[in-house]
Write a protein that binds this ligand. Structure first.
Ligand SMILES: [Zn+2]
Ligand SMILES: [Zn+2]
Ligand SMILES: [Zn+2]
Length: 377
């Protein structure tokens, strides 16, 4: 009878231990917010991810492997404390099974530590991440040149990122990066083809209480010898990701992608603006780059066209007024600005609402947004 109780205690301990070990190896969001991750425990030694991304992740991978290699030993010690009748701490009485287990759980961290020393010896030249970077560089570049290019680009604030540090997807001006527990995949933007390979739908996300769709995008390599990898992200993030990518994402299987609210709004906004009258700028007017994105030419002039006249009598009211700014924005940036000024809880009201001009604060509605016609002369 007593033996039965002890056995079930061992089984229970094993299950609880495996649960926590699992949470530690692949932490769910709650664990990450509670700070129980290798990154948090070793944050001093790892340094700053934003400042030196590659060196941070080299150390993170090594630290993670070392810590994880101690898990079997931790299990053994915990079991020995919990069940003294197993005699795990007296080496003469311990049974065959547990002797082998103990030996294995001592050899494993020993081997991992030896590998870690080999990797970090000689300025990390033997680290798997360094070897991958060496393949990415041109013949004369060392892996350090590639690493510093990635570090510099990762410091920029306009990069795309999604996920936490050990499961991160990042896209910078020339690199696409995915981190996993024991590895970091790096590809040059000019060396990839992207395919939307799969989509999963989850009817309810506990974070947002709505249906979410996750997309798996395969990053194939043009150059042979480098492994393809898959990035996974929420379909709502796709718009931001695409802005940063140079190559299109092939959707060969015609997967229906759930659009984010702002993507849907931008589409409706654009459709309305296409129906509005256009504005032809006087020949003397010089059209400059959009000051929002610095990428497209300005193609919008705010011209009061709607029937809303209340503004002329009471300038402080919520009515539309004429904006006298020269064209400074592109359609996408005006649309995003417009959406950002609305009640985020009531998207159905956005298209019929108003927003101040981003430059002079004159109120306008969607009917007042006019595209520029290009003078042929
Ligand atoms: Zn713009
Ligand atoms: Zn204005
Ligand atoms: Zn108006």
């Amino acid at each position: 009878m007593a033996g039965n109780t002890e056995n079930s205690l061992v089984v229970l301990y094993t299950m609880v231990f495996m649960f926590f070990a699992g949470c530690f190896i692949a932490p769910p969001t709650e664990f990450v917010s509670a700070g129980v991750t290798v990154q948090n425990i070793f944050s001093q030694w790892l340094g700053s991810e934003d400042f030196s991304f590659i060196y941070y992740h080299m150390k993170r991978i090594t630290a993670t492997l070392i810590i994880h290699s101690f898990i079997p030993l931790g299990y053994y010690v915990g079991l020995g404390l919990l069940s003294p009748q197993l005699n795990l701490f007296s080496l003469d009485d311990v049974g065959m099974f547990w002797s082998v287990f103990l030996l294995g759980s001592l050899i494993l961290p020993g081997c991992i530590c030896a590998v870690a020393i080999y990797w970090h010896h000689g300025n990390c030249n033997n680290h798997p991440l360094a070897k991958q970077l060496a393949q990415l560089g041109s013949e004369h570049d060392s892996w350090r040149a590639v690493a510093s290019s990635i570090n510099v680009e990762f410091r920029r604030i306009d990069k795309f990122t999604s996920g936490i540090s050990s499961r991160l997807v990042a896209v910078t001006d020339s690199w696409i990066i995915k981190t996993s527990t024991y590895y970091v995949y790096v590809a040059h933007q000019s060396d990839i083809h992207l395919t939307l390979s799969d989509a999963e739908e989850h009817s309810l996300s506990y974070q947002t209480q709505t249906a979410v769709q996750y997309l798996n995008i395969t990053v194939g390599r043009v150059e042979t010898g480098l492994q393809p990898f898959t990035i996974r992200l929420n379909s709502m993030e796709l718009g931001d990701l695409k802005e940063k990518l140079q190559a299109p994402i092939r959707n060969a299987r015609n997967i229906v992608i759930h659009q984010s609210l702002s993507d849907m709004f931008l589409k409706a906004f654009r459709e309305q603006v296409e129906q509005n009258p256009t504005f032809s700028p006087p020949p003397s007017m010089e059209i400059e780059q959009c000051i929002g994105c610095m990428q497209k030419d300005s193609d919008i002039k705010l011209q009061k066209r709607c029937e809303d006249t209340a503004g002329e009598q009471a300038p402080d009211s919520e009515a539309c007024v004429q904006c006298f700014c020269r064209p400074m924005w592109c359609l996408e940036c005006v649309g995003k600005w417009f959406a950002s000024r609305q009640d985020q809880q009531r998207p159905e009201t956005w298209l019929s609402s108003k927003s101040p001009c981003p430059t002079c604060r004159a109120r306008f509605c969607v009917l007042d947004v006019c595209r520029l016609t290009h003078n042929s002369s």
